[in-house]
Structure formats: structure tokens, C-alpha cells
Design a protein around this ligand. Structure first.
Ligand code: MN
Ligand code: MN
Length: 459
């Protein structure tokens, strides 16, 4: 009898064909958008094709109904109504669709040295040096004075051009190379090369004017339209298999689209669950879950209220009971052990790529600060579900003690009086322009969320 604990490499017993097939569809999902808006459109499209309809179109809800509620095109709730009344609680998997990137400033365009640039303000936690000298694309929304919406999507890998940010040549970088990694590239120097052919008038060259003419003639955009726009620069490259055996996927924005996709696919496979199954895709996690589209917004509670109302007997108390009796998997990525930076981790309590979904009791920083710290009762209940479904899972924490830290939406769902635990995919090079995950972990995370949706934890 084996009474010791050792986490297993999941590849040894996985169905490789299923793992690879799932990974292929995931790569398509990643490639279907860069911004949170584009990825929500892609997720909604997939859900609609599987029969999800707007909550507002329903006169009543019965078990098995598939409904959705869109949050300002940046967030999405999908629900499959369960046999039990919502006030008995639901099973929620919550992931986020926003990712670190470079937002264009509100007044972004200028010219210097014969080049037109776009000024940016980075969004989320980035290592700035990673964002220079890579191909970038631009996506977002410009609303013209007459109210016309222009969805911008320029410079992606299928286009014959892209954008980029310069870095200093090593020959002249003596001073820069003496700086720390953190301040070698200044935030204010993350200016994107946007155009270079001048408009010539009275022997004067004007590249910015040429850009404005181009924007006006091709897109009907004026400079003032930038002031209200949301424009995001992201890495232009597509998702790709990594490794000779194609065991990994490399891509921008896998934090947290890898958990978002696993949660999405899991709920699509649910027919009539015991408890209502909910997949929630939120925005703004990378900057603190703020705002109307973040997890701290009332959007989610309001959507649950609408569902209770359509179940026939709304009251404030039933809403509170529904939330209070529910369980939430905070579906977010964690840091996989990286042998290149071994000293950042404590190997006995760190998730490994290829060892399955990581169930994390707590996140946080410096003494678990900012963590919701799930209970032993909840952790063991989730572990039982994983073991019963033969899911390959592991546990761990975010790096070594006092090495840094981070948080997820867990603290905000827990604040609603909902039992919450973190469970997601380990990532290598998190928050970089090209993050790496194991296909095995993606697939086991999908299986884990599926098992959770089918479960019935009594509080
Ligand atoms: Mn995340
Ligand atoms: Mn993140």
C-alpha cells in the first residue's frame, strides 16, 4: 500500500489523442481574438452555436435551459439550469479574459525623428523589456462622432504588416545595460512605431499628417476619435505548438484564456446538472477586478437575480441564499515550476507542467496577504470530486515564501459568502508575450471543471 504522496506526470496515463485534439481547438480559440472584446465575441459565438440564448429572451427557466448574459461586450455569464432550485446554490467556474497588454493613450499619436508613434500605457503586470522588438498588432473600438462603431483589428499575423517598439542597439546600450531589468525600459518609452512616409507641403515633411490622412481616407477616423477610443497593442504572433513532441502550447494571453476555454468547453458538455452550472468570464482581473466589467461589479449577482426571477419566485433572501449556498472554482492560472529559475520556487509545494490542474488552497503575498484561503472542508470536497473522476491534479503555491505573490478573483467571489477555491492551469513565462502551458494540464483542467459541474457539494 502506498501511503506516501507524490504528484504524477499526467502524460503517463492520458489519452494522448483527446489531449491533442482539445489543444487544437483551444489554439483556434486563442487565434480568434486578442482583446477581451474579441475573445468574448468568440466565446459567445461558440456558446450560441451550442444552443445558449439570451436570458432576456426567456419567459421562464426550467432544468436544462441554456442561457447567457453579456456584460458590455467584455464579460459573459453562461448558465445551464439545474434540477435543484437556484436558492440551493450553483456551481460556478469563474475565469478572466483580460490579459496584460499595451493600451494606446487617449491622445496617442505624435511624430518624432521622421517617424509617427503611438504612445501607450501598459495594462497589468508586465516586464517592459519583453515588449520591445516583437511584432505587435492593434485591436479595439473607435466610436466616431456620428456614433458609428469601428472595430479595429490591424497588424495580426495574417496581415502583411505589424507594429513594433524599438530597443537600443547593444553597441550604444552601455548606460542602459547598467540599469536593473526593472528600469532598463521606461514606461514612457513604450512608444509604438506606427508609420513613416511623410506628407509633403511647401517643402515641409509631416508624417503625422500623412497618418491622419490615411486614417481619414481608409477608415473615416479623425484624431479626436482617438480620445474616446479603446485601442490595445498585443503580440501579433499566433498560438503555436511548442516542443519536438508538441507537448506544450505557446501563445499570448493564456493567462487566463486557458482556464476560460476549459470552463467554456466544460459547460457546453453539461446537459441537466443537479445544481445550476455557471461559467463566468470576467474582465479587469489584471488590474484588480475593478469596474463594471470586473469581478467586483454587481453584474454577476444581478444576473443570478434575473435567473431566480425567471425561475418563478424572486426575493432578495432567495438571491442571498443562492449565492451563499454556492461553490466557486476561481479558474485562474498559477506559476509552473521553471528549472531555469529554480530559486524562485519551493519545489515541494509548486505545481509542475504536465502534472494536471493545480488546486490552490491560497494565493496572496507575504503571509498569504490578499488571499481568500479556502477551508480544509472545501479543499477536501474538491479533491474528492477530482479523485472520483480520475482527474490528474496537483497542488502548490505561487513561488517560494516572500518571493512575491499575486491574487485572483477568488477573494471577490468569497466576499459574496460563496465557498471559493483556486483551480487552474500551471503556466511557464506567465504575463510574457508568449506564455507556455502543457496540453495535458489544459485537458485535465477541462475534465476537472466538467467533474465539478456535475458535482453536488452540500454546504
Ligand atoms: Mn490570471
Ligand atoms: Mn495575470
Amino acid at each position: 500500500m502506498n501511503i506516501g504522496y507524490k504528484n504524477l506526470n499526467g502524460w503517463t496515463k492520458a489519452d494522448h489523442d483527446s489531449v491533442f485534439e482539445f489543444a487544437d481547438s483551444y489554439k483556434e480559440f486563442l487565434n480568434s481574438g486578442k482583446s477581451e472584446r474579441e475573445i468574448i465575441v468568440a466565446a459567445l459565438e461558440i456558446a450560441k452555436n451550442e444552443g445558449f440564448v439570451p436570458l432576456s429572451e426567456k419567459a421562464s427557466l426550467t432544468p436544462g435551459d441554456k442561457v447567457y448574459e453579456l456584460n458590455r461586450n467584455k464579460g459573459l455569464m453562461l448558465a445551464v439550469i439545474g434540477k435543484q432550485h437556484l436558492s440551493k446554490g450553483f456551481n460556478l467556474v469563474g475565469a478572466h479574459v483580460d490579459s496584460p497588454r499595451l493600451d494606446a493613450k487617449q491622445n496617442p499619436l505624435y511624430e518624432d525623428g521622421g517617424i509617427a508613434f503611438m504612445k501607450t500605457h501598459y495594462y497589468g503586470g508586465i516586464k517592459k523589456y519583453q515588449w520591445t522588438t516583437i511584432p505587435l498588432c492593434l485591436s479595439g473600438l473607435i466610436i466616431k462622432k456620428d456614433g458609428t462603431h469601428i472595430h479595429v483589428c490591424l497588424g495580426g499575423e495574417d496581415d502583411d504588416f505589424c507594429f513594433t517598439i524599438s530597443d537600443l542597439l547593444p553597441h550604444l546600450a552601455g548606460e542602459q545595460m547598467g540599469k536593473t531589468l526593472g528600469n532598463g525600459i521606461e514606461g514612457e518609452s513604450l512608444n509604438v512605431i506606427f508609420a513613416g512616409i511623410p506628407f509633403v507641403e511647401d517643402d515641409k515633411e509631416d508624417v503625422k499628417k500623412a497618418v491622419l490622412i490615411l486614417l481619414r481616407d481608409n477608415y473615416g477616423i479623425e484624431e479626436e476619435d482617438f480620445l474616446s477610443a479603446e485601442l490595445e497593442f498585443a503580440p501579433a504572433f499566433k498560438a503555436k505548438d511548442v516542443g519536438l513532441d508538441r507537448s506544450f502550447i505557446g501563445s499570448y494571453a493564456q493567462d487566463d484564456r486557458v482556464c476560460s476555454y476549459a470552463a467554456l468547453q466544460a459547460i457546453l458538455g453539461i446537459t441537466i446538472p443537479e445544481k445550476t452550472a455557471i461559467c463566468l468570464l470576467v474582465d479587469k482581473e489584471e488590474i484588480g477586478s475593478m469596474g463594471v466589467t470586473g469581478m467586483q461589479s454587481r453584474f454577476f449577482e444581478n444576473s443570478v437575480a434575473e435567473m431566480i426571477n425567471l425561475s418563478g419566485d424572486y426575493s432578495e433572501l432567495l438571491l442571498r441564499r443562492a449565492v451563499s449556498n454556492s461553490v466557486c472554482l476561481s479558474a485562474d492560472v498559477c506559476a509552473a515550476y521553471d528549472p531555469n529559475y529554480a530559486s524562485a520556487f519551493e519545489k515541494q509545494n509548486t505545481p509542475f507542467a504536465g502534472c494536471g490542474i493545480c488546486i490552490m488552497k491560497y494565493t496572496g503575498a507575504r503571509g498569504k496577504s490578499g488571499s481568500s484561503d479556502a477551508s480544509a472542508e472545501l479543499m477536501s470536497a474538491i479533491v474528492r470530486i477530482m479523485n472520483d473522476a480520475d482527474v490528474c491534479w496537483q497542488t502548490g503555491e505561487l513561488g517560494k515564501v516572500d518571493g512575491g505573490g499575486g491574487g485572483t478573483i477568488a477573494q471577490y467571489t468569497a466576499n459574496l459568502d460563496m465557498d471559493t477555491i483556486d483551480a487552474g492551469v500551471p503556466v511557464i513565462s506567465m504575463h510574457s508575450p508568449f506564455e507556455t502551458v502543457s496540453k495535458l494540464d489544459l485537458y485535465e483542467t477541462y475534465r476537472a471543471y466538467t467533474a465539478f459541474y456535475k458535482s453536488n457539494i452540500e454546504r
